[in-house]
Design a protein around this ligand. Structure first.
Ligand code: SGN
Ligand code: CA
Length: 552
């Protein structure tokens, strides 16, 4: 008895707690009094449908056992959305807890202002050790963003032998990006964990982003496997003019050489259309031989077969899936290594771990790759979170969440006050077993980047339960309305359906309210001298091969 009291007093002295907190603090074991570590893992363009924890057919054929461990240990979010389905804007939202128009980074190619507030700096100032490894893609580097240690991929990042930027400079690092980022992350954990200071580590993978290059060990993993072709793969886009005008069709817009690694003819390894040669040129001769050697039989068979246009379109879908899911396999390995490390070191119980992506992605739905649209496949993003003892194992959370919620969640768990500038709210409120009444019902979305890559028109809208209303503006000015319960594939725009007019009027009113609440207004807030139209022109020139391809 006396011994315990004495130990508690000693713990008090050591942690410097105020006397008022003595009783409750002393009652808790030491590990619980320490603020939790945070590991935030974000991949790039990872569709929910490509994660087996979400119970999908693709997940069954290409399982992600390690990502699924997070769902088993903690929570799977069934309705997780982004605010703008594009890389840079989404990353800026993750850091600031704000919608695009508030943090000012509405389109790729703009320059993020590193001096603005972000949650990683806030945690660092409050005593956390912080680090970020992998894709940054907001400007040249995180210099000035208040992140303790960092090493980032240059711009979009390359799969093989990527350029890596550190505070000390820039160099080519031999290896496969996902593995390099994981190695650096684990090395940093080894060097920084286990002290009195909690840590926050951000691991940002390039995969499974275009041009979808698996590690050598995974090139053949899904080759020849038949994935189910989406029922709307040959969509005609009736009643959806903006969907008809896009340039992100697998069988029409993908580059046969660069994206699908298709060869010119049987027996040769010479690639079909490949406007941006750097991705392959930077591989070592050994890497190239292993990579393309692994695809040769499949390419030869494709060239030997006399396929109809429709058969070729389906062949391309299968090749795309094989490559895309091949890159996911290394991400899953990476998550496994991090979880193994947490479990082996005993840090798991005091660590929050999140897996998410900067947005979702089309895996053939509507015939597409890429994202940008407010349709479900790209507006959704995976979100899984574990914190043993604080989040019940195997939780499945239905409440709609958005990427504005990440920053306030991390502040909350780090014991820091939430700022007024933040437009989301802490997810902690959802771990009590029910959804609080005042939790948001409606999801607001705004995409800006037009003209630009893939020609998706600017649009904004609201998702409210089973209904979705969206408005495209600019050269295509059109409203769309969907009932997701009867039309989950968003194929039937019912904006003119007389039976729906009352619901549409209600959603239009909600949209006005949301835009007021979040301080959004008409038109893109382009604060950068690189205007939307200059960017569109540059992207179009790059795509036509008129200048060296600048990735943005
Ligand atoms: C690159 C891709 C595009 C993609 C953008 C934005 N082309 O430009 O297909 O839409 O990135 O992606 S690539 O062949 O050069 O990779 S984002 O994730 O950064 O927003
Ligand atoms: Ca992305």
């Amino acid at each position: 008895m006396i011994g315990r009291t004495l130990a508690a007093c000693l713990a008090l002295v050591l942690t410097g707690l105020a006397p008022g907190t003595a009783a409750s603090a002393a009652a808790q074991p030491a590990a619980e009094r320490k603020r939790p570590n945070i590991i935030y893992i974000m991949s790039d363009d990872h569709a929910q449908t490509a994660i087996s924890a979400y119970g999908t057919e693709i997940g069954r054929l290409a399982p992600t056992p390690n990502i699924d461990r997070i769902a088993k240990n903690g929570a799977l979010f069934l309705n997780s959305y982004v605010t703008n389905s594009l890389c840079g804007p989404s990353r800026a939202t993750m850091l600031t807890g704000q919608f695009s128009h508030m943090h000012g980074f509405t389109q790729n190619g703009q320059r993020y202002d590193n001096s603005q507030w972000n949650w990683v700096r806030a945690l660092g100032r409050s005593g956390y050790r912080t680090a970020l490894f992998g894709k940054w893609h907001l400007n040249y580097s995180p210099e000035g963003a208040g992140i303790g240690d960092w090493a980032v991929l240059d711009d979009q990042g390359k799969y093989y032998n990527p350029d890596i930027i550190t505070p000390g400079g820039r160099s080519v690092v031999e290896g496969y990006a996902t593995d390099i980022v994981t190695d650096r992350s684990i090395a940093w954990l080894e060097a920084n964990a286990g002290s009195d200071q909690p840590f926050a580590l951000l691991i940002h993978h390039k995969a499974p982003h275009r041009n979808f290059m698996p590690a050598i060990r995974h090139v053949q993993k899904y080759l020849g496997k038949e994935f189910p072709v989406p029922t709307n793969y040959f969509d005609h886009y009736d009643g959806r003019p903006a969907a008809a005008a896009q340039e992100m069709n697998i069988y029409r817009d993908m580059y046969e050489g660069h994206d699908l690694k298709m060869t010119l003819e049987e027996g040769t390894d010479e690639l079909r259309f490949n406007p941006w040669t750097d991705d392959f040129k930077r591989m070592t001769p050994q890497q190239r031989a292993a990579y393309f050697g692994a695809l040769q039989d499949s390419n030869d068979a494709m060239n030997a077969a006399n396929m109809t246009e429709r058969e070729m379109a389906i062949w391309k879908y299968q090749r795309y899936m094989s490559e895309y899911l091949g890159t996911v396999a290394a991400v899953d390995d990476s998550v496994g290594r991090v979880l193994d490390w947490l479990e082996a070191t005993g840090e798991a119980d005091n660590t929050i771990l999140v897996y998410t992506s900067d947005q979702g992605f089309y895996l053939g739905e509507h015939g597409w790759f890429d994202k940008r649209f407010m349709y479900e496949e790209s507006m959704r993003t995976p979100f899984l979170m574990q914190y043993p003892g604080h989040i019940a194992a195997g939780s499945r959370i239905e409440a709609p969440i958005q990427n504005v919620d990440y920053a306030p969640t991390f502040l909350d768990y780090a014991g820091l006050p939430v700022r007024d500038s933040i437009q989301g709210r802490s997810l902690r409120a959802l771990f009590g077993g029910s959804i609080p009444d005042e939790w948001r019902k409606d999801i607001y979305y705004h995409y800006y980047e037009y003209p630009g890559f893939h020609s998706v028109r600017a649009h904004y809208g609201v998702k409210s339960g089973r209904y979705k209303l969206m408005r495209f503006y600019g050269d295509i000015d059109a409203w769309e309305f969907y009932d997701l319960e009867s039309d989950p594939g968003e194929m039937h725009n019912r904006i003119d359906d007389p039976k729906m007019q009352r619901t549409i009027a209600r959603l239009k009113a909600t949209l006005v309210d949301l835009r007021r609440q979040y301080h959004d207004s008409d038109g893109p807030a382009v604060t950068d001298p690189l205007t939307a139209s200059a960017k569109g022109k540059r992207d179009a020139q790059a795509a036509a091969g008129l200048e060296s391809h600048a990735h943005h």
